[in-house]
Design a protein around this ligand. Sequence first.
Ligand SMILES: Cc1ncc(COP(=O)(O)O)c(C=O)c1O
Length: 378
Amino acid sequence: MSQLRAHFPWMSSGREVYLNAASVGPHPTPAVEMGREWLDLRAAPHHISIPHLVNAAQHARERFATMIGADSTEIALMPNTTYGLNLAARGLPLRPGTILTFDGEFPSCVYPFMALGSRGIALERVPPADDGLPDEAELIRRIGRGDVVAVVISWVQYASGYVADLARIGEACRAADVFFIVDGIQACGVRPIDVHALGIDIFASGAQKWMLSPWGTGFVYVRQGLHEVVQAPDVGWACMTASADYAWLTQYDFTFLPDARRFEVVTLAYHDFAVAVQAVDCMLEAGGPAAIAEHIAVLGDRIVEWVSGRDDMRLWTPADRERRAGVFAIVPDDLSGTMARLKAAGVVCVPREGAVRLAPHAYNTMDDIEQALSAMAG
Ligand SMILES: Cc1ncc(COP(=O)(O)O)c(C=O)c1O
């Protein structure tokens, strides 16, 4: 991982410890250079060819597909997670009934589905278990109830860091013929996943956090068999086969592109996706999601061990490696005092739902973690 760390020269100064990938992923130097190159081109856009643009977008689809074990034909580029979740909410053929989610989810898993009330679809939030973590057993029990039409959950909870058992939930969804929608932003890129094996129908993720990419970049995976089933709520020009030839756009042939690009409605932020490709390539060079997950797990072992020895704070995140990824939530007796000490020590992190959220990535070292822990101790 030292190779990846070298792409963040400012981290070597020792002045700041960046533990905030769950909010904003920093760009590695090669991605920054790619961005500069594209801005220079953009200043004189006649130097940019159409194939150059088309390739930038296609490479981004391919990289995102690699991160989740999908085929690039199943990826539509999106500006963020929430557009992908809205595609699921408004595009899937949901009959009147109930959509299940966990209470405490990030609002992107909530509002787009609450908005379906006029179609006779209600969003039901499954209350947390006694430990304040998602109650998966109860979710699974409710899936088979008969009125449930879809489940929408985060792969990793943004506040507690809890990693859902997607295999178990996916199996329950398939058994009950219920759509399975996953918000993947809090783990995509730093934990391996095989969306096909898990039976996920729609998986949405922004790339601006763990994939170290620009704001405004992300994707939605739509399972192969659903491309013609999902009715795109937004229709534009870019999703049509007849728009391939920019010189002749007025045939108005209402035929969608044959793959998930049918959900891409408008002109893309090509330069930002080119930066995203470079950022993802840096992560792949560092070994990709499996190697990064292992690195973060080792850093996490230290956080878990350290917090468990204290009586002035508790770990909200599960201690079990299988149930944690890069988000570590620590609930101190004195949240504001702890946050102030972390800030004074140059540790960049945020409070979420009453907990300090430490979010280490592949570029972090054990020294970073020790620095953060000693600042928390005061
Ligand atoms: C679980 C989860 N979903 C979605 C988002 C952000 O959504 P978007 O990429 O649409 O801005 C966040 C950001 O914190 C998040 O933690």
